[in-house]
Design a protein around this ligand. Structure first.
Ligand SMILES: *Cc1c(COP(=O)(O)O)cnc(C)c1O
Length: 379
């Protein structure tokens, strides 16, 4: 069994993808160009945001967003403690101080109450300028943007949505990657919408920031003149071949893949009810894009032992994440800070992500749950 079956996806879309790639090869336009701009327009429309700027990967997307706000030394950037490394790496690499905030025990997303406590602490200490909150749509579930936006407005902070795992999710009728003042995503192959290499995108309604991001992504170019450089930037663009692949994949994502992962999630949740595990929650009015289907095992089970027993039965699983960000050696520098992150620490000991992708069958779900049921006890 595959954890995320990209081969099966390709088999289904093979003809269209090959044709689309062949079009790029015969045009010999390999970086940016019409194909990339068309993809950006489709993404703007799907997400419901005025400007989409594609770039090299999801990590650069976050960095580009932060650079639009001139984030740097002396600034505090608030980041959830339970997420992929990039969320903290991008602000830290710009010289900002990262404040790690604990997450909610049920949604696994940044805890708005604890966030506000940390903001007030930094404000009172007065050594740093609180500047940005980065919220992550972990495992596909949007963070609590209603509360987060209110906190950011109250404390005069920018909100950046790291939607690398959240593309396709919703709160009521609004799509993920539209909740931040600037939002970002990743097209890494295993993400909800993936290409066949690295890719990413930045989204915003603000034209001034959008123009700045377009410039920063191409060596700080001025307008359309690549050889007139008005600021220091980076080289972060989406390959045209990747755009051609994404064009086909976005259509499949819209037409059936997003629905399919939600059907699989319902099956999992229904069948797992009989077992002694905690299933993922989806808040009222929210839609997840199920980047991961992640369960919590009660502490009586050794998670790694359960994982290896599943592997013996040909059920691949992953541990996202085994270590909270604030315990990563790279963040051990004194300019970064973590308060009480006990929820995040506890999650790292008990989470387990099960196989999840749009091409799973209900039989496969049943097999995974049966195998798990033979390893741990029933309720
Ligand atoms: C994958 C991921 C990123 C980084 O995306 P890349 O395209 O791999 O650079 C950032 N944040 C989160 C939450 C991710 O899962």
């Amino acid at each position: 069994m595959e954890f995320r079956d990209l081969k099966k996806q390709y088999m289904g879309l093979e003809e269209k993808i090959n044709e689309s790639i062949a079009g790029v090869l015969s045009s010999a336009q390999f970086i940016s160009g019409q194909e990339v701009r068309e993809l950006e327009e489709s993404l703007e429309e799907y997400v419901g945001v005025k400007h989409c700027i594609t770039c090299g990967n999801g990590t650069d997307a976050i960095t580009l967003g932060l650079m639009a706000w001139d984030v740097g030394p002396g600034d505090a950037v608030f980041v959830p403690d339970f997420t992929f490394f990039s969320t903290g790496e991008s602000p830290a690499s710009l010289g900002a101080s990262v404040v790690f905030v604990d997450v909610e025990h049920d949604s696994y997303n940044i805890d708005p109450d604890k966030l506000e406590e940390e903001i007030i602490r930094v404000e009172n200490e007065g050594a740093l300028t609180p500047k940005v909150v980065i919220a992550v749509d972990l495992f596909g579930l949007p963070a609590d943007y209603k509360k987060l936006k209110a906190i950011c407005d109250k404390h005069n902070l920018y909100l950046l949505e790291d939607g690398a795992q959240g593309f396709g999710g919703k709160i009521d009728e609004r799509r993920a990657c539209s909740f931040g003042d600037i939002s970002t995503t990743s097209f890494f192959p295993a993400k909800p919408l993936g290409c066949y290499g690295d890719g990413g995108a930045v989204f915003t309604d603000n034209k001034e920031w959008a123009d700045k991001i377009r410039s920063t992504a191409v060596h700080g170019k001025s307008g359309n003149n690549k050889y007139e450089n008005v600021r220091l930037g980076m080289n972060s663009r989406l390959d045209t071949i990747q755009a051609a692949i994404l064009k086909v994949k976005l259509q499949a994502f819209e037409e059936f893949e997003l629905q399919s992962v939600n059907d699989i999630a319902i099956q999992y949740t229904e069948k797992l009810k009989k077992l002694d595990v905690v299933v993922p929650m989806v808040k009222e009015g929210y839609l997840s894009s199920w980047a991961q289907y992640t369960i919590k095992l009660p502490s009586v089970y050794a998670r790694d032992d359960v994982q290896s027993k599943l592997k013996e039965r040909d059920v691949p699983t992953m541990v996202y994440y085994a270590k909270p960000l604030h315990l990563q050696k790279a963040f051990a520098e004194s300019r970064n800070y973590a308060g009480d992150c006990s929820v995040s620490e506890a999650l790292c000991r008990c989470v387990l992500s099960l196989p999840m992708h749009p091409y799973m069958t209900y039989d496969m779900v049943e097999y995974v749950v049966d195998c798990l049921g033979n390893i741990i006890r029933k309720k």
